[in-house]
Design a protein around this ligand. Structure first.
Ligand SMILES: Nc1ncnc2c1ncn2[C@@H]1O[C@H](COP(=O)(O)OP(=O)(O)OP(=O)(O)O)[C@@H](O)[C@H]1O
Length: 614
């Protein structure tokens, strides 16, 4: 069970113990009943073998001496033995069924917990962990865990009790023959260790290669168009073939070693059986072993049942090691610290007034103040990772209703500034206030409820177009959805779709173009109707004619609302009240269009085309 471990990783024993506690918490009664059933099942098997002694010595041998044997006691004894085996079978069925049900319950609970926890994780977690990696915790890792709970763990415990009971049974019958058996067992453990070591080595390689094959497949599928454009099909096929061959090779070796284990162990069991018959029989005949015929037969039966569980234990240990690794990754996700959310200021609808919001300030006796949308950055410094600063001493004052534009080269920090308003990340120093309240004092869902965002990368959810627009405000009426779609100029293309607003699209947007999806995202933000709006390249995929039309609707919507607009096409931001020009995280110019042109600085050069945004 030894595996090279990361120094930060908990030990395998710790994780296993945590897993068992988890399973126990989910289904305590089932786990206890299963354990009892496992012990009964193992006990019944061993008792059945021991019973052979009585059967031969007490019933069959005396009958051989009788001229008219009475079969009744023998039949009773055989019936009794059948009952014992039947109890064993029922117990076996019971724990198999219970553990399967427990594994399903644990699976549901873990998925629920992971999903719920994921909703509260900071965005930084998803920056550091790839999408595929997070997904594999839901699929591969949970699968290995399920295999452990439903099969490996019960089989392991069953086999362990079997070995223990058989050993006790053998010792009771004859310690001398037990020593002979143990010598053979020690030899067979060597073979088991060798074979399981080999198979587990190749199973690990197989796991890793499955990940590579899937990862490569996913990458090629998502980048299919790029592959075709650059005529890279042959190279892609060749590379896939390399990964696939590695997978075949590892799987073949892993399965060869694991499948030959059981026939080999079965034969060792047979060998031991013959050996005991030979040595035991000779010793009994020579009178050096005080064993009855029944006891010898019983011992032979037990010795046969001694080898198999050992092979099973070692094989189940492999599954458990894999499941522990999966469990570690699942717990790692569940142990991630949720977003800091210690603010207590909340937002609420003004009673009786539609779409008017107010802050509720618990620190001031639940005083209500209207939400105005006044955003102030005061000497804000920020970096995504320690040691790499992105924003330097950014200050800005976006008064209620102002349209603020963020302009600058790629990577200058425009999106980063907008992420600060939503508090997706924690700033390193300085303060950001919203209507004079430090955003750290505002509960996160209230803060985000008061800021609407339209990103360049649109994301739709599986459902109708109507549902997707309504995602912005679930209680919006159908008329409000139509109104938002009209303002966003999405209405026109929606009507051209076969099912209009009832057209079902999937997460990727189905057959819609990028521009059409952007129009839907704008409609979604419009319906949310929040006091502050962030438009991050929201119209970058829309043609200039439609953009002008959307702009007109959007300007209507933005009137009276504070908005932050990031756009490479400067024509869309010339009417802004405040334009901030960013360069490598520094605000280098600020003012409105005319003021900045008059300055004849960076903005002037951009606008007049002397400098281009790269
Ligand atoms: N999640 C992240 N983790 C680490 N660094 C990041 C992250 N997101 C952005 N950065 C870095 O922060 C800097 C600013 O990025 P940002 O996205 O704010 O630029 P931008 O001005 O919006 O660029 P663009 O015009 O290309 O959208 C870049 O150097 C970028 O590499």
């Amino acid at each position: 069970m030894t595996k090279k471990q990361n120094s930060n990783e908990p030990s395998q024993a710790k994780t296993l113990w945590r897993l068992i506690k988890y399973i126990y918490q989910v289904s305590p009664a089932s786990l206890i009943i299963s354990l009892v059933a496992i012990i009964i099942s193992a006990g019944a098997t061993v008792y059945g073998s021991l019973f052979i002694e009585q059967l031969i010595d007490k019933y069959i041998t005396p009958m051989l001496k009788q001229s008219t044997p009475n079969f009744a006691p023998l039949i009773h004894a055989i019936l009794f033995m059948a009952c014992i085996y039947a109890v064993g079978v029922v117990a076996n069925y019971l724990f198999t069924l219970l553990m399967m049900l427990v594994s399903q319950r644990v699976q549901k609970q873990i998925r629920d917990e992971m999903f719920a926890h994921m909703q509260h994780l900071p965005i930084a977690f998803f920056d550091q962990n790839e999408y595929g990696d997070v997904m594999s915790r839901y699929t591969n890792d949970i699968d290995t865990l399920m295999q452990m709970i439903s099969q490996a763990l019960p089989m392991l415990v069953n086999s362990a009790f079997n070995v223990a009971f058989v050993l006790v049974g053998m010792l009771v019958l004859s310690w001398q023959l037990t020593i002979v058996s143990l010598i053979v067992v020690c030899l067979s453990i060597g073979i088991v260790k060798y074979l399981t070591g080999k198979s587990s080595h190749f199973f690990n390689i197989q796991q890793k290669t499955v990940g590579e094959v899937n990862g490569y497949n996913e990458e090629m599928l998502t980048g299919l168009k790029v592959v075709k454009v650059f005529s890279h099909e042959k190279e892609a096929e060749a590379q896939f073939d390399v990964y696939n061959e590695q997978l075949r090779n590892a799987s073949a070796k892993a399965n060869t070693y694991s499948t030959i284990l059981f026939p080999i162990m079965g034969n060792i069991g047979n060998l031991l059986y013959v050996l005991i018959a030979f040595i035991g029989g000779a010793a009994v005949l020579a009178g050096s072993l005080p064993l009855t015929l029944g006891a010898l037969a019983s011992f032979m039966q037990l010795s046969k049942a001694f080898i198999m569980p050992i092979a099973q234990i070692s094989q189940q240990l492999n599954v458990i090691v894999l499941a522990i690794a999966g469990g570690n990754r699942i717990f790692e996700l569940l142990d991630q610290k949720a977003e800091i959310d210690d603010g207590d200021v909340t937002i609420e609808q003004k009673p009786g007034v539609k779409n008017a919001w107010q802050w509720n300030l618990p620190a001031e006796g639940n005083k209500k103040v209207p939400v105005k949308g006044h955003i102030v950055f005061d000497h804000v410094n920020f970096g995504y990772v320690p040691g790499k600063q992105i924003l330097y001493d950014v200050s800005l004052d976006a008064k209620p209703g102002m349209k603020v534009a963020l302009v600058g080269e790629t990577g200058a920090g425009k999106t980063t500034i907008s992420s600060m308003i939503n508090r997706f990340y924690e700033i390193n120093s300085g303060t950001i206030t919203y209507d004079g309240i430090d955003i750290k004092q505002i509960k996160k869902d209230s803060l985000r409820q008061s800021v609407s965002v339209v990103l360049q990368e649109t994301h739709m959810f599986t459902g109708t177009i109507m549902d997707n627009i309504r995602f912005g405000r679930p209680d919006a009426s159908d008329d409000e959805v139509y109104q938002a779609a009209r303002l966003a100029r999405a209405d026109e293309f929606i009507h051209e779709l076969d099912d209009g607003y009832q057209t079902v699209i999937d997460g990727s947007g189905g057959d819609l173009s990028q521009g059409q999806m952007q129009l839907l995202s704008i409609a979604r933000a419009m319906i949310a109707d929040e006091p502050v709006m962030i438009l991050d390249e929201a119209t970058s995929s829309i043609d200039t004619r439609t953009e002008r039309l959307v702009q007109a609707g959007m300007d209507n919507l933005l009137a009276g609302r504070t908005s932050f607009v990031i756009a490479h096409r400067l024509s869309t931001i010339v009417n802004s009240d405040l334009i901030l020009v960013l360069d490598h995280g520094h605000v280098i110019e600020a003012g409105n269009h005319d003021q900045l042109l008059a300055k004849k600085g960076y903005y002037y050069e951009l606008y007049t085309g002397k400098k281009e945004i790269q």
